[in-house]
Design a protein around this ligand. Structure first.
Ligand SMILES: *[C@@H]1O[C@H](CO)[C@@H](O)[C@H](O)[C@H]1NC(C)=O
Ligand SMILES: *[C@@H]1O[C@H](CO)[C@@H](O)[C@H](O)[C@H]1NC(C)=O
Ligand SMILES: *[C@@H]1O[C@H](CO)[C@@H](O)[C@H](O)[C@H]1NC(C)=O
Ligand SMILES: *[C@@H]1O[C@H](CO)[C@@H](O)[C@H](O)[C@H]1NC(C)=O
Ligand SMILES: *[C@@H]1O[C@H](CO)[C@@H](O)[C@H](O)[C@H]1NC(C)=O
Ligand SMILES: *[C@@H]1O[C@H](CO)[C@@H](O)[C@H](O)[C@H]1NC(C)=O
Ligand SMILES: *[C@@H]1O[C@H](CO)[C@@H](O)[C@H](O)[C@H]1NC(C)=O
Length: 670
């Protein structure tokens, strides 16, 4: 009998050590980080973050301050959830998952997090993916038809609040998580399961701050915004003796939005328009007779347009107030506005079709349309065709020009777009609006069209010869280079063109607007100005510049001549002085004021319709956000181990007692 007990004990011990050595690749660990590394896999992903407005919150955040950990399951394979889970979902299923969340509260309560797979779905069933509304920023439209569907694929999921983390996975992350989900399915009845752990995800850091006004007061958030850039070609002469020329203002935007903060490329909307503008400036800058133009060309690139037209509204306010940021400009001098919207998808069976959406007094608009037509006729090889947009549209599509119309309903203007009555971009404001979504030749065609029509408008000459117009030629390789710099991670912002001007903080570009840091100013501390804004400032200043008279001057302290700037100061530490009218204009909500180091919400002016529509977006402060996968043992397994442990202890005790009495007996017998 004793022998049997001893045998049992050794059996359990052997089983235990066996199960430990089998349960992991616990080979030899020298330190705790070593151990951690083998247990946790860090997965790259792009988080959805929490934003606040005056009436509430949107986006994602952890329910509490703790980390969230839950097993991974595939959405395809779950009908109902039995436990709190992290759901792995492909992009084409993501919207139906969101719909289910809003309808099925039982299901929603068991969702611990969502992981969205990378990759663009293909196939005819995929109708598109746009998390924005069907009429983006309808509240700012200067016409009453707010139900018009400019964006038919829009689902509006970006504007809802989610009380769990949502990540977009990288390609590698997708592979890793798919494997994990598959393992979980196979091992449903075994003792281990793979768990995705979401690290601390952004949240409102203090309880009670659930809207922009209170979080700004408590300093737990910052307003969305950044710096717009404008530049005049040729530089404006500040000598008062000359009568100022009427201005032709060319507008584009530099920021986009997406469900996932740092994956907001916006290739078609709006970066294709921005690149067309930059290439047009470059083409025009090579002309010799710029000073003879009858009109002043001014280019402005706004930021924050995706979040309530922050850039254009602040620009117009600064014009009203005649601040330093817009010195030399005047609203009454603006004769017409030419906005370059989305122009990257005009390709349609060989002919690139663009549409002019017009506003304002017919005579000026007619001039602009005529110029566009004339430019089109001169561009035979580009095969580009511009038409006026359908009369049945309620007005112009969502664009900065809307803000000009809000200020003056008669403002003449044209928005050039690659669509007529509804976006051709099926991925508006989504992470799928990437380089693959646009065609470089479409951008070149739009750029050529804009450059030549600006020249026609500004020179005000009748019957310009084709030979004259052909001098306005867009550099195709510059467009290609800009596409690679602004819309790809390879080379991304570390491309030669960008590095020629600035030292970028990251290689992978993202066109999310960001938050305003420090005090907004027309000569901001450059550490607080985003990479894209700094690049645009330097690029535009360089292209529109005339050389400084003082060639011996060193940057920036000697750039003291009239209208002189120091460009490329960042990239080589020296820079050069040039004469240029290029400036930063802060972009942030017109309802906000920076006062004694904090942001204050201004009271609403009852006559200010736009201010009333302003949601005043802010972003909650946050630390780092991480996503890790690891394997856990189920609690039932832990209990089994505990029971075994207790059994071993009891048996060992018994064995000792028995052995002792046995020995005692044996000793007595001796
Ligand atoms: C502000 O956020 C709330 C969500 O809390 C949302 O319902 C509302 O539409 C937002 N306002 C605007 C103007 O987007
Ligand atoms: C993806 O994984 C492969 C192989 O594990 C690795 O070589 C590559 O660098 C990874 N890519 C990224 C972007 O992490
Ligand atoms: C500005 O105009 C004055 C007088 O017309 C001229 O002498 C000067 O060169 C101009 N400056 C620039 C930068 O064009
Ligand atoms: C605009 O131009 C068209 C033809 O190009 C002409 O028929 C029309 O009368 C013009 N309208 C105005 C208001 O000048
Ligand atoms: C066109 O752009 C490329 C790339 O930026 C540049 O290297 C080249 O010199 C430009 N060509 C002209 C004629 O400006
Ligand atoms: C040119 O720059 C030097 C300093 O490098 C300065 O002393 C001089 O006054 C400048 N000349 C003009 C005309 O601005
Ligand atoms: C309200 O706006 C109107 C027009 O923009 C302006 O004239 C007025 O001074 C503003 N009132 C206040 C109190 O700011």
């Amino acid at each position: 009998m004793d022998m049997r007990i001893l045998f049992l004990i050794s059996y359990f011990v052997a089983r235990l050590s066996l199960s430990f050595s089998a349960s992991g690749e616990l080979n030899s660990f020298e330190s705790v980080p070593d151990l951690e590394k083998s247990m946790y896999t860090v997965v790259d992903g792009y988080p959805c973050v929490r934003l606040l407005n005056l009436s509430g919150e949107i986006g994602c955040s952890n329910p509490g301050h703790a980390k969230v950990a839950a097993p991974v399951v595939k959405f395809k394979n779950v009908n109902h959830l039995v436990e709190s889970s992290a759901i792995l979902v492909s992009v084409d299923e993501f919207e139906s998952l969101c719909t289910r969340l809003s309808k099925d509260t039982n299901f929603a309560s068991l969702v611990a997090g969502i992981l969205v797979e990378s990759g663009t779905p293909v196939g005819n069933n995929f109708k598109g993916f746009s998390p924005d509304k069907k009429f983006p920023e309808a509240e700012f439209a200067p016409y009453p038809s707010k139900n018009f569907e400019w964006n038919p694929s829009g689902s509006g999921i970006i504007w809802k609040a989610y009380n769990f983390p949502v990540f977009l996975l990288s390609e590698n992350g997708t592979l890793a998580l798919q494997e994990v989900a598959m393992k979980n399915e196979k091992s449903k009845n075994s003792y281990t399961s793979n768990v995705a752990e979401f690290g601390l995800v952004m949240q409102t850091t203090k309880s009670g701050t659930h809207d922009s006004e209170s979080c700004l007061r408590e300093e737990t958030c910052l307003p969305l915004g950044g710096y717009s850039v404008w530049s005049a070609l040729p530089p404006m002469n500040s000598s008062i003796s000359q009568k100022p020329k009427p201005i032709i203002l060319t507008v584009a935007s530099m920021d986009s939005a997406s469900f996932f903060r740092d994956k907001s490329l916006g290739a078609d909307s709006p970066i294709s328009g921005l690149i067309a503008l930059l290439a047009a400036v470059d083409a025009l800058s090579h002309l010799d007779d710029l000073h003879l133009l009858r009109k002043q060309l001014v280019f402005v690139v706004f930021t924050g347009e995706a979040w309530g037209f922050l850039g254009s509204r602040r620009f117009l306010l600064e014009l009203d107030q005649h601040t330093d940021a817009v010195s030399g400009l005047d609203f009454s001098l603006i004769e017409t506005v030419m906005e370059i919207g989305s122009v990257g998808k005009s390709f349609d069976q060989g002919v690139k079709r663009l549409f002019a959406h017009t506003t304002g007094a017919a005579s000026t608009t007619n001039q602009t349309l005529d110029a566009l037509k004339r430019a089109q006729d001169s561009l035979k090889t580009e095969n580009v065709k511009i038409s006026t947009a359908s009369e049945s549209n309620p007005g112009i599509p969502p664009s900065s020009l809307m803000m000009f119309l809000r200020k003056n309903p008669q403002s003449p203007g044209v928005v050039v777009e690659d669509f007529d009555t509804a976006f051709t971009n099926k991925f508006y404001h989504s992470h799928l609006d990437n380089l693959a979504n646009i065609s470089p030749s479409a951008v070149v065609a739009a750029s050529s069209l804009i450059a030549r029509s600006l020249y026609i408008l500004a020179s005000e000459k009748k019957g310009i010869d084709d030979s004259v117009l052909s001098a306005v030629a867009v550099n195709t390789s510059l467009v290609d280079e800009l596409l690679g710099c602004l819309l790809d991670c390879e080379p991304g912002l570390s491309c030669d063109l960008v590095k020629h001007y600035i030292s970028p903080s990251t290689a992978c570009p993202s066109h999310y607007v960001g938050v305003v840091q420090g005090e907004p100013s027309s000569s901001p501390y450059l550490g607080y100005v985003g990479d894209i804004s700094r690049f645009l400032w330097n690029f535009l200043a360089d292209k529109t510049s005339i050389p400084s008279k003082n060639t011996s001057a060193s940057c920036p302290k000697d750039c003291s001549g009239v209208g002189e700037l120091c460009i490329r100061g960042e990239s080589d530490g020296k820079g050069v002085c040039v004469v240029s009218s290029t400036r930063y204009v802060p972009a942030y909500s017109t309802r906000l004021k920076f006062e004694s180091d904090t942001w204050k919400l201004l009271p609403l002016n009852s006559s200010d319709i736009i201010g009333a529509a302003d949601p005043v977006w802010t972003e909650s402060n946050w630390d780092t956000i991480t996503l890790r996968v690891y394997t856990i043992q189920h609690s039932s397994y832990d209990r089994l181990i505990l029971l075994l442990g207790i059994a071993v202890t009891v048996l060992a005790y018994l064995a000792i007692v028995i052995t002792r009495s046995f020995i005692r007996k044996a000793l007595k017998q001796d």
